[in-house]
Design a binder for this molecule. Structure first.
Ligand code: NBP
Length: 491
């Protein structure tokens, strides 16, 4: 047989993700080739270290020569790249193209920008190869024991890569693999990008819940951990709530709570920002994730905040709260704002699907996120069910189940936001979500005045309530302006 002794899949990039994915593949019975470039004097021995360490005695072949690596893999070759996103992927592709055979498949499992993936799919296909851009979520642990994997690109590659990718994916509680075909071009990476954006939002919301408990109720770390642990038994059950309880209880070597020693300056690697930029390009509101991204930026301006805090002393009235009631309201704010965030995120996915002709299956995406990934949570079942309903909701918050949830949560949510504002305690994501909800559920908004202003100074025109939609009018507001209209278009 031509493929005798050849390996089932090749993996490039032996940093934290690649190393663990290779071990995961091997543990599922796949014969794996691995390759890591060797930068003289910098990363010498990465492959050897892996082979002599965690891969010792396993069905893994290591290579430091890229041609020997490619030749070791059975045709059609499946080569997964787990390298830093950006130019490293293009550089690798340039090296690989001359070594591949027609029909070979490249899989980019890194956090690539979906527009790069659009381009790479076209480039690979123009050369007779197939290209899969796949989001992989779950970090180191997921890579080793089961990740959420979101593949898109050349659909012909799916039957070939499906057995391997589904075998290394996490399994949802009902046993389905958290890996399904997403759609064409860069759709897999787009979905992963929105996943990461939602992750930013979830983290900010949990941080605000923590902050209100700490600042308004004066709860200890252990008491707050108990609240999060209790929430993790109910509708908020999720990986991020679970680890928050663990983080709050964690003590460092000195015996003190580590959380109290960590500087309040959050970093970011870009996928939250990309989500917001792309939502703006698509003309879709993604305010909660934008707030989360901007709050990380503001948090990192620690010196400025310190200076400003000296000049504007916050006015706390230090009221006495009913603890049980306030904790219930924090729960309402957290759960309702989370629903808003997911509704916004899925609406962006739907708009991208329509704009790019991707035919995304939102229920399938929700199901894929139920295991392995950072935002895995129990309520993704309810989201999948809402999108699967025969009477598809126009917006997630209008699905019958979520509509009832929002009605129940609203009193506690608005009371919590109002109380926090009165106490000058920032809850930007809770309040952004609440404002979105109020705007969404307002048949009338003051945008009539915005249109009037645009027409007054720039002849940008407006539609009238007393005329059919789609007709645009211009008013000579001052009597000395002309009748010439500006072009009517939206960006
Ligand atoms: P890094 O993102 O730190 O990338 C390091 C790897 O890229 C090393 O193997 C490095 O090789 C290789 N590499 C670079 Br840098 N430039 C290269 C080039 N020009 N040619 C070939 N290889 C090159 O590793 P990671 O954290 O394992 O992440 C891998 C991908 O997965 C990234 O896109 C990341 O965004 C994504 N991701 C990461 C996580 C996570 O939790 N870390 C989660 C989900 C997705 P070298 O050893 O020779 O320098």
């Amino acid at each position: 047989m031509a493929n005798q002794n050849k390996t089932d899949i090749g993996l490039i990039g032996l940093a934290v993700m690649g190393e663990n994915l290779a071990l995961n593949m091997e543990s599922k019975g796949w014969h794996v080739s691995v390759y890591n470039r060797t930068v003289p004097g910098v990363e010498e021995g990465v492959v050897e270290r892996f082979l002599n360490g965690r891969a010792k005695g396993k069905n893994i072949e290591g290579f430091t020569d890229i041609k020997a690596f490619v030749d070791s893999i059975a045709i059609p070759r499946k080569i997964m790249m787990m390298v830093r996103a950006g130019s490293p992927v293009d550089e690798l592709m340039d090296q690989l193209f001359p070594l591949l055979s027609p029909g070979d498949i490249l899989i980019d499992g890194g956090n690539s920008n979906y527009e790069d993936t659009n381009r790479r799919v076209q480039l690979a296909e123009s050369k007779g190869f197939l290209f899969v851009g796949s989001g992989v979520s779950g970090g180191e642990e997921g890579a080793l024991n089961g990740a959420s994997i979101m593949p898109g690109g050349s659909e012909k590659a799916w039957p070939e890569v499906k057995p391997i990718l589904q075998s290394i994916a996490a399994k949802a509680p009902d046993g389905t693999p958290c890996c399904q075909w997403v759609g064409p071009a860069g759709s897999g990476h787009f979905v992963k990008m929105i996943h990461n954006g939602i992750e930013y939002g979830d983290m900010q919301l949990i941080a605000e819940a923590y902050w209100v408990m700490k600042k308004l109720l004066d709860l200890t770390n252990e008491e707050m951990a108990d609240v999060f642990a209790r929430w993790n038994e109910g509708k908020l059950r999720s990986y991020l709530i679970e680890i928050t309880a663990n983080i709050l209880r964690h003590k460092d070597k000195s015996g003190g709570y580590l959380i109290d020693k960590i500087l309040d300056a959050a970093g970011q690697k870009g996928t939250g920002k990309w989500s917001v930029i792309n939502a703006m390009e698509l003309g879709m509101p993604l305010g909660l994730i934008a707030t989360a991204v901007f709050e990380r930026s503001l948090s990192s301006q620690k010196d400025l905040r310190h200076l400003a805090s000296k000049q504007f002393q916050c006015q706390h009235t230090q009221p006495i709260y009913n603890k049980a009631e306030l904790v219930k309201n924090i729960f309402s704010a957290l759960y309702a704002s989370k629903l808003v965030s997911y509704a916004q995120g899925f609406a962006v996915l739907q708009r991208a699907s329509d704009a790019f002709g991707w035919h995304l299956d939102l229920a399938s995406i929700a199901r894929m996120w139920r295991g392995g990934c950072i935002i895995r949570s129990i309520f993704l079942n309810d989201i999948a069910a809402a999108f699967e309903a025969t009477d598809k909701p126009k917006h997630l918050l209008l699905a019958p189940y979520f509509k009832e949830e929002m009605k129940t949560l609203l009193p506690g949510w608005k009371s919590l936001v109002a109380e926090s504002m009165k106490e000058e305690l920032p809850v930007p994501a809770f309040s952004s979500a609440l404002n979105y909800f109020y705007s969404l559920t307002s048949a009338d908004l003051p945008a009539n005045l915005v249109q009037a202003q645009r027409d007054y100074f720039g002849a940008h025109t407006f539609e009238r309530k007393d005329e059919l939609r789609g007709q645009f009018f211009h008013e000579n507001w001052t009597g000395h302006g002309g009748d010439t209209k500006s072009g009517t278009y939206n960006v």
